[in-house]
Design a binder for this molecule. Structure first.
Ligand SMILES: Cc1ncc(COP(=O)(O)O)c(C=O)c1O
Length: 374
């Protein structure tokens, strides 16, 4: 038994983070103007090969900013996977539009082109595919369907910075794509987010709305209702340093997943997300414990906790929440979402997690799973 609990996630600051933050502090540029914001936006856009990156204070408001700039409003419907973090659906409601919760594929756990097609109705204006736990959705086919129905696509890349769908980075398919830099994310700024796009008009709208709706040429003149959604220079200082190391951070997560896969392969009932040949970036290594119900899965989480291992349930289906229970929000039966949520468990995943600890986690998981499925 370990003396210290293995956390589910933790950030790693192995590069210029401290140096850049100190520099930002000493420069006095601590709010939402400063060289680190410009550099982080420029380099993040360049990393993705897109024209614009607009930094925000977190990933939730990045999504809200994107929908607002795209003009999503009351009467519009937006297709959202039922199995995602709650923010993906909430932001649609912030715009007074209707999120239509749609099932996910049982193998890759993402919204699929077929499920999107089935959810399209006359008022559908947009779709928000999510690359769940860092596993890319089928973006080429999703973009095809969206084009046929004239739908806007906003990629929710909150969990998938650096992932590849085919040989193309996630975030480069949608009209706008949004990222989260929360403390447990692949690239972190503490709290933080980013919208990227190659559409000049959408980028300009997002920059204006992010800054209270202020006219870009006339200070303190507001042509529309906007928000304060800006990132600080200190957050961007951390983000820039993290971006400089992104390839190393991703390689480390790849190695962690491979080791988990090797160790857990002996247990048939423990099933990983199907990657469809894409590059999964392993935000949190998450598996299904096949055949367990939610109560037994929770018992596994408790058993791991007793072994000093922190683990998490997969997100609950959004339609389980009281304020999303109304049938108007739900498309189809969302049974895959319910099954994955009941069986799913996320395991410790962070840069620096040692192989011996993965061995210990895997052995403990198999033991707890076998006990609960007996
Ligand atoms: C899929 C998804 N979308 C949106 C968000 C929201 O990002 P943030 O926590 O930075 O507001 C998250 C964060 O966990 C997420 O996982």
């Amino acid at each position: 038994m370990l003396e210290e609990k293995i956390p589910i996630a933790k950030p790693s600051f192995l590069g210029n983070e401290k140096k850049y933050v100190l520099d930002a502090l000493e420069s006095g540029w601590i709010s939402s103007i400063g060289p680190y914001i410009d550099r982080f936006e420029k380099d993040f856009a360049a990393y993705h090969g897109v024209k614009h990156a607009i930094a925000t204070h977190n990933g939730t408001i990045a999504l809200h900013l994107a929908l607002s700039a795209a003009g999503i409003q009351s009467g519009d419907e937006v297709i959202v996977p039922d199995l995602t973090f709650i923010a993906t659906a909430n932001v649609v409601r912030y715009c007074n539009a209707l999120p239509v919760l749609t099932d996910v594929d049982i193998n890759d756990w993402n919204i699929s082109p077929e499920l999107i097609s089935a959810a399209i109705r006359p008022s559908t204006k947009a779709v928000i595919p999510v690359h769940l736990y860092g596993n890319p959705a089928k973006m080429t086919e999703i973009m095809q369907i969206a084009a046929e129905h004239d739908l806007l696509v906003i990629e929710d890349c909150a969990e998938a910075t650096g992932a590849l769908a085919g040989n193309r980075q996630v975030g480069t398919f949608g009209h706008i794509s949004c990222f989260s830099f929360f403390g447990n994310k692949i690239l972190t700024t503490g709290e933080g987010g980013m919208c990227i796009t190659s559409d000049d008009a959408l980028a300009e709208k997002m920059r204006i709305l992010r800054d209270h709706g202020m006219n870009r040429k006339k200070k303190y003149w507001y042509d529309q209702l906007g928000f304060n959604y800006r990132m600080t220079n200190m957050q961007a200082a951390v983000g820039l340093a993290q971006l400089e190391q992104l390839d190393m951070l991703l390689a480390s997560r790849d190695a962690i997943r491979s080791h988990y896969k090797k160790k857990l392969s002996s247990c048939e009932g423990i099933v990983f997300q199907e990657t469809n040949g894409n590059r999964h970036v392993n935000w949190l290594v998450t598996v299904r414990l096949k055949g367990l119900d939610q109560e037994k899965r929770d018992a596994v989480i408790q058993e791991l906790s007793r072994e000093n291992i922190d683990s998490r349930p997969v997100f609950y289906p959004i339609h389980f929440m009281q304020f999303y229970k109304d049938a108007k929000y739900i498309s189809g039966d969302c049974l895959n979402s319910v099954n994955i949520a009941g069986e799913g468990i996320s395991l410790p995943t962070y840069v620096g997690l040692e192989e011996e600890k993965i061995d210990y986690i895997a052995d403990s998981l198999i033991k707890a799973y076998e006990k609960q499925s007996a």
